[in-house]
Structure formats: C-alpha cells, structure tokens
Design a protein around this ligand. Structure first.
Ligand code: NAD
Ligand code: 3PG
Length: 616
C-alpha cells in the first residue's frame, strides 16, 4: 500500500490553452447555452447564462462565430403585468421583451417555455405548473414588488429557477397609503364623499374620531411598518409594535415600543397590519384575536388579505367589536362582487393600491429590471428570495475556487465504482481565514453540481443544489481545517471525501478506505493536487488520465508517445511517488478525450497496474 507521504514532481508539457474550440458543434447550436459549455463557466446561479471568467473579452469578440452568437442570443423576458417605462427600457437594452398582460394560466403556461425570465406583480400566480411548463428554460422570476406569496417558491427552487423581488422601492408608497387609509377611515372620507355625490349633506352622520393621543399597534415592524410608525408619531399617536423578529432598538429609535401580540391587540385603538402572508400569519386575525381587542377598535390592512379571516372580520364589524376597517388587500383579488367586507358601510376599501404611485412604480420597475438582467448575466442577485445572497466581492474572490469545487466533485464521482451508491460526501476546506469570514455555500453547491450532474439529468445551480442533494439522499457535510498564518487567499485547499464506496481506481482510496481528492488554486488556476494518499499536480483544464505504476525510467515517455501518436495533446503531467523505484501515480492532463484504443494501449503498458480516464 502506498504511503501518505508521497511526493510530487510536476512536468509541464505545454502551457495553459484557451478552452475554446470554434469548430465545436456547440457554437453552432443552442447559441445561448453554448457559452457556458465552451467556457466551463461556474455559472453559480444560472447555468445557461453568458458568463466568461478569466478570459479577455477582446479575444472573444474577434472570433466571428462568437460575434454572431452574441448578437443572436438575446434572452427573452416575459413581462406579464404593467411595468414602469424605465424598467422596460433597461430590459430592452439586454433582452427581447414580450409585454403580454392579463394572460390566463393556460396562456402563461404555453408562452413560458420560450422565456428566460418572467416579471410579475401580485396579480399573476406563478404556480408549479408554470415551472413545469417552462421545461428548464425559465431561469429567473422577477417579482416587481415585495410580497412573493403569488410565486410557488418551493417549485421555483426545485426547478433551479431564481426568484428575485424589488423589496425597497414601494415601501414609502405603502406606508403613505396606510396613513391615508387610517385618516380616511377615522374621518369617514370615502363614505361622506359617496353620500355627497348621491346629493346628500349628512354632517351629523359622518362625525369622525381623532388620531392624536390614540394608540396605534403596528403589526410587523419591517420596512413598511416602521415607516408607518414614524408617520403616526408625527400625527401625535402613541405607537406600539409587535414583531417577533424585529430588533427592539430599531423600534425604540423611532419611539415605538415592541410588545407581545396579545398586548398589542388588546391595548390599541388602531391596528395596522404589515406582516407578510406566511403559514404562521395566515388568518392570524380571527374570532379569537378579535375577541381580545378593545371594543371599537379600527383596523387597517395594507399587507395581505390572507392574514385576516374575512368572515370573522364581518362578524366583528356587525357586532360593533370592530368599529371600522380600511382594507387595501383581500384574500381573493379582485374580491367577488358580493364580498361582504367590500359592501360593508363601516369598511373603506381600495383595490390593492398600496404600491401604486407613479414614483414607486418607476422605482420598482428599475429595481426589478436590474435584478433580472443581473441574474440573466449569471450574477448573484442581492434580492434573491430562494438562494443565499453572496456579495459581489466575495463572489469575485471565490471565482477560481468555484471552478475548483465543481471539478473536484466531477473527479470524485467518476472514481466511484458503479453500483456503490454514494450517500455521504464530506467537503474539507483548509484555510487560514476565520470561519466567519469564509462563505462556503457557493462552493458546497458547486461540489454538489460536480457530483450530481455527471450521473443524472438534473441541472444544478446555487438555487437548487441543497434541495436536489437532499431529494437524492445525498448528505453533504462540510469541515474547516484552520491553518496558522496570514489568510492571503481565502482557501488553501479543498478536499472531497466519499466514505463507504468502492473505487474503480483503488489508488484513490485513502488509508481509511474513502475516496479522497484534493485541489488547490495556483496563480488563479484550479489544480488537482492529491488523489488518495498520492500527491499529484495537474491543472484542471482538460481531462485527466490517472495511472498507477511502478516508478521506472522511460515510462512517462512511453505513455506520452501513445497519446502523441493519436494526436492527443498533453497539457500537463505530474508523477507522485512513495519513494524512488516504488509505486507512483502519474496524472496526465489531456485536451481531448482519447479514443478507447488509445486508453487500452496505455493500460497494456506492463508497468501500469491500473488507470482511469476522468472527464472534466
Ligand atoms: N398593499 C400594497 O400594495 C403593499 C405594498 C408593499 C408591501 N405590501 C405588503 O406589506 C407587507 C410588509 O412589507 P415590508 O416591505 O414591510 O416587508 P418586510 O419584510 O420589510 O417586513 C415584514 C415584517 O413582518 C415581520 N413578521 C414576520 N412574521 C410576523 C408575525 N408573525 N408577526 C408580526 N410580524 C411578523 C417580519 O419580521 C418583518 O419585520 C408584505 O406583506 C408586503 O407584501 C403591500
Ligand atoms: O407586495 C407588494 O409589493 C405590494 O403588494 C404591491 O403589489 P403590486 O405590485 O401588485 O401592486
């Protein structure tokens, strides 16, 4: 058995070559897809996006084929609800834009397989059927607004489709609308207006209530809630808030006190709702909670209709427990014509207008267009809803490690003997960085991609990597080995360990019997540096042949000759041995995939005990 103290000597046969083959059929077909395949892009988000790492753009643009493709291969964005002009202009500068409003679910499903991105507001349901109908082409759904309860996030994740939203541009508009509803309700503005338009003059009927000195409970102290609180303070109201996840000091800074749910609803004169619709908040305002409220309470809902049990609210209004309600949102939108809340004389309604100001819609359109274009370019979106957000500077630092992680995953899985069944994979990072300073989610996703893509038909990216691994029963654990010294590079090495599997290349097994491969980044290029107990050194740019042999003079030349006879270009070769004249591992980097016959000839060289061809 080989010892773990194997040493490596690297023999360079040629320098790094551009992995571009202009004659590749991939360049001719599927133009948008081809870039990823040509450049082996890490495309952490969107595997089919144009993303060209490490390569000078000038050399690409000089290639005639690529110039044509770059022009031809604009993605298509379907805008399914009205979007501000500035956002449309931005989208059109990058993509073909199809504005088709009021599509039926069937029409949406039939169009979607021709689209790379879809932009919606709250009026379009993006269901599992939509993702199924997209047949893998849809890469990003942009929600031009905050609430993503109309998008099936689980299905999006399962299909590897990124969901981004525009979380900030309509905050003030929604807060202003809540305040407008609050004041209009307190002074019966809508009812009095309707009465006058009907020819009446009813001054006694529409006596209102004052806001100053009253207690307002803000339920959900996020972006909109805190802006509502700030404005209510300006109206002289006493503001309390309930939000299990909001920091107390942020509330205090605005002059609001965070209290429990029961305390908020039982002491308030006005209750304004600003939480998202989730399984926990669904119908959280129901008979039981109305019963705890002060008699004559007034409720404003500019969040989501589903947080209120609407039948219970009708009962509470009819009994006088709730004096008035002001509603911008409804469980079903638009609500049926005979909806009792809409018709109720103590209820003021607007048709989901919270975000509908000219300014907010322009802002939202730009915010979502930037997010969608960025995502289509393969960048990580700051407003990703179903994927970890990795800041741009972290991404650029990790770029070569992202490639390394994927290629190590690919190497490791190809070393597994058929029928072994992989269950557990451990990824070990050695680094001098403080663990809190090293975000490995992207690397883990790429290891998963490397392992699963060669053995399945799934397309894996940062969005669906964990989900897909889990679904396939593949457990990926991570371990950090902290090195002493200064953390100049984020990672020293990445190792992949696969336990309880057999290997088709016995030398890949470590002393503990697990498949082990290791890689490092050298001068920005990912290298394969260890297999089992053997040190090797091959840049991970083409494909790799691993041979185990008895170290003897002339062997490297013999294998090199076999490859040269078949016109296979060797780009790198290294030999790791236990001691002179003992067992050694020869790792050969080759640009092309050798013919079967060539590989057979290598295997028949007497000193070679085993070998394996690994495709990267
Ligand atoms: N009517 C409109 O046109 C309109 C416009 C903008 C936003 N909205 C809706 O308003 C809501 C708030 O938007 P935002 O931008 O402030 O979102 P946000 O994420 O900034 O704030 C939501 C807050 O709710 C809190 N929360 C979560 N669960 C809670 C619970 N069980 N009880 C109390 N608080 C809880 C969160 O901690 C968070 O602080 C969303 O539902 C959004 O869709 C509606
Ligand atoms: O969640 C939101 O952003 C608001 O409800 C606005 O929805 P809209 O874009 O459909 O107006």
């Amino acid at each position: 058995m080989a010892s773990a103290s194997a040493t490596a000597k690297a023999i360079s046969f040629s320098t790094q070559s551009l992995p571009l083959n202009p004659k590749s059929p991939l360049v001719k077909s599927q133009p948008f897809v081809s870039f990823k395949n040509l450049y082996r892009s890490p495309s952490p988000f969107l595997g089919q996006a144009l993303r060209i790492p490490h390569l000078p753009l000038t050399s690409l643009s000089q290639h005639p084929d690529l110039q044509i493709r770059a022009v031809d291969s604009k993605p298509t964005v379907l805008v399914a609800e009205k979007l501000g002009q500035a956002g449309l202009d931005l989208l059109r500068s990058f993509a073909n834009v199809d504005c088709s409003y009021n599509l039926s679910p069937e029409e949406l499903c039939s169009k979607i397989s021709l689209c790379d991105a879809l932009i919606v507001r709250s009026g379009t349901k993006v269901t599992k059927e939509v993702f199924e109908a997209a047949r893998g082409r849809l890469k990003v759904v942009g929600r031009a607004g905050v609430g993503i309860d109309n998008v099936d996030l689980q299905a999006a994740t399962e299909y590897g489709c990124l969901v981004v939203n525009a979380p900030t541009a309509n905050t003030v508009a929604a807060a202003e609308h809540a305040i407008a509803m609050l004041a209009a309700m307190a002074r019966n503005v809508a009812q009095a207006d309707a009465s006058m338009k009907a020819g009446k003059w009813q001054r006694n009927k529409y006596v209102g209530v004052s806001l100053v000195g009253k207690t307002l409970a803000v339920m959900g102290f996020g972006k909109v809630g805190s802006e509502v609180a700030r404005r209510a303070k300006g109206l002289g109201m006493h503001v309390i808030a309930h939000d299990p996840y909001a920091p107390a000091d942020r509330a205090r800074a605005i002059g609001a006190e965070l209290v429990s749910f029961d305390e908020a609803i039982s002491t308030a004169d006005f209750i304004s709702l600003h939480m998202p619709l989730t399984p926990t908040t669904s119908k959280v305002f129901n008979d039981a909670s109305f019963a705890k409220m002060k008699k004559g309470v007034r409720i404003i809902n500019v969040a989501r209709g589903g947080v209120i049990d609407e039948d219970a609210l009708v009962r509470a209004l009819d009994s006088g427990l709730v004096a008035q309600a002001a509603l911008d949102v409804f469980t079903e939108e638009p609500p049926p014509k005979d909806n009792k809340l809409v018709q109720h004389e103590n209820v003021t309604v607007t048709p989901h207008l919270g975000a509908s100001t000219v300014e907010a819609q322009e802002g939202v359109a730009i915010e979502i267009a930037e997010a969608v274009v960025g995502a289509l370019k393969g960048e990580l979106a700051a407003t990703a809803v179903n994927a970890p957000m990795v800041p741009a500077e972290v991404l650029s630092e990790l770029a070569p490690y992202v490639v390394l992680a994927e290629k190590l995953g690919r190497l490791a899985v190809q070393l597994v003997a058929g029928g072994s069944g992989i269950q557990g994979v451990k990824v070990v990072y050695t680094s001098a960085r403080d663990p809190d300073d090293l975000d490995t989610r992207l690397l883990r996703a790429m290891v998963t991609k490397g392992i699963l893509e060669p053995i399945s038909s799934v397309f894996i990216n940062l969005v669906n990597a964990d989900f897909t691994a889990k679904k396939r029963g593949l457990r990926i654990s991570e371990e950090r080995v902290i090195l002493n010294g200064s953390p100049e590079s984020p990672i020293e090495s990445i190792q992949i360990h696969m336990a309880n599997v057999e290997s088709k290349f016995a030398s890949a097994l470590s002393e503990s019997g697990e498949i082990r491969v290791e890689g490092r980044v050298k001068d920005g290029i990912p290298h394969f540096t260890r297999v089992g107990p053997f040190s090797v050194d091959v840049s991970l740019e083409g494909n790799v042949i691993l041979c185990r042999q008895y170290d003897q003079p002339g062997l490297i030349g013999r294998v090199g000759n076999i490859l040269a006879e078949q016109n296979v270009n060797v780009n790198f070769m290294s030999v790791g041995r236990t001691a002179p004249g003992k067992q050694a591992i020869m790792a050969i980097g080759v640009d092309e995939e050798p013919e079967k016959e060539t590989l057979k000839n290598i295997g028949e060289v007497p000193a070679i005990e085993e070998f394996v061809f690994l495709k990267l």
